[in-house]
Design a protein around this ligand. Structure first.
Ligand SMILES: Nc1ncnc2c1ncn2[C@@H]1O[C@H](COP(=O)(O)OP(=O)(O)OP(=O)(O)O)[C@@H](O)[C@H]1O
Length: 249
C-alpha cells in the first residue's frame, strides 16, 4: 500500500481533539500532522495523555470533539478496524502476544485477520523487515521482549501500513536492542516512507530518529517543533525536565 499525502503534504492529521474520561478532561485541543516518512516524537510526563491520544488516533476511543484525517479522508468516525484497513498500525507499551500460539500461528492469524488474506510471502516480508528469525514452531510465550516486539511489528508490517503509532517501543529493551530497534524504525521511515508517531521518553532515541517532537502535559500540547527547539523551550522544562529529569535522560 503506497502512502498518499493530502494537498498540504500531511498523510495523517488531527485537529482540536478533546477527550473526557471518567468525568475528567484528559485531552484538550490537540492538533498534529505527520507526512510520509516523517517521525514525530511525543514526550511528556506520566499522565500527560499520550496513550489516551493514541486511543483516539487509532480509533479505539471516539473523541469528544475534533477531527482526524488519514490519506485524504475524514476518519474521525471510522472504527479501529476500518482505520487499520486504511493502513494505520499501532503498538502498545506492553508487547502482548498470544502466549499459547506458535510463532507461525501468530503470523498466519495476522495474515488472515481480514480478507483478502495475505500470502506467506507477505508475512515473510514483514518478518524480514524487522529481522525476526525465530523458527515457526517456537511458542510465543517463550519470546523475550525484543522478539515479542518484533513479532508484533512483523504482523503490522505485512499489511504495508502507511502510518505506525508506536507507544514506547523501546520499553523493556537493553541498549543494544534499542539500537537495533532504532535502525528498524529508521528503515521503515526513511526507506519505506512509513510515517511514525512515537511516544518515547528516551531523548537520545528521539535525537537519532525524530524529525520533530511534541511535548504534552496535563492533556495539552506544551511545545512542538524541531527537537532542539522543543528541548530548549522553558515551558517544557517547567512541565517535564525539572520533574522527571532522571527518567527523561
Ligand atoms: N479509562 C480511563 N478512565 C479515566 N481516566 C483515565 C482512563 N484512561 C486514562 N485515564 C487518565 O488519563 C490521564 C492520561 O493518561 P495516559 O495514560 O493517557 O497518560 P500518558 O501520558 O500515556 O502516561 P504514561 O506516560 O504514564 O503512560 C491520566 O490521568 C489517567 O489516569
Amino acid at each position: 500500500m503506497r502512502p498518499h499525502a493530502s494537498s498540504d503534504g500531511s498523510l495523517f492529521s488531527c485537529r482540536n481533539i478533546t477527550l473526557d474520561l471518567g468525568g475528567r478532561s484528559i485531552l484538550r485541543e490537540i492538533s498534529l500532522d505527520v507526512a510520509p516518512g516523517e517521525v514525530l516524537g511525543i514526550i511528556g510526563p506520566n499522565g500527560a495523555g499520550k496513550t489516551s491520544l493514541f486511543e483516539v488516533l487509532s480509533g479505539r476511543i471516539p473523541p469528544k470533539s475534533g477531527t482526524i484525517h488519514f490519506r485524504g479522508q475524514d476518519v474521525t468516525h471510522l472504527n479501529l478496524q476500518r482505520r487499520a484497513r486504511l493502513g494505520l498500525g499501532r503498538t502498545f507499551q506492553t508487547p502482548v502476544v498470544p502466549e499459547e500460539l506458535t510463532v507461525a500461528e501468530v503470523l498466519k492469524a495476522a495474515r488472515q485477520a481480514y480478507k483478502p488474506y495475505l500470502t506467506p510471502d507477505d508475512s515473510e516480508w514483514g518478518a524480514d523487515l524487522v529481522d525476526f528469525r525465530i523458527p515457526g514452531n517456537v511458542v510465543a510465550e517463550r519470546l523475550d521482549t525484543l522478539h515479542r516486539r518484533k513479532l508484533l511489528l512483523a504482523c503490522l508490517l505485512m499489511r504495508r501500513p502507511a502510518l505506525l503509532l508506536l507507544d514506547e517501543p523501546a520499553a523493556g529493551l537493553i541498549n543494544s536492542e534499542i539500537d537495533e530497534l532504532d535502525e528498524i524504525m529508521r528503515v521503515l521511515a526513511k526507506e519505506l516512507r512509513i510515517a511514525i508517531v512515537l511516544i518515547e521518553h528516551r531523548i537520545e532515541l528521539l535525537e537519532t530518529i525524530a524529525d520533530r517532537a511534541m511535548v504534552m502535559d496535563a492533556g495539552e500540547v506544551v511545545s512542538s517543533g524541531p527537537l532542539t527547539h522543543v528541548l530548549s523551550d522553558p515551558k517544557v522544562h517547567a512541565a517535564y525536565f525539572e520533574m522527571d529529569v532522571e527518567e527523561a535522560v
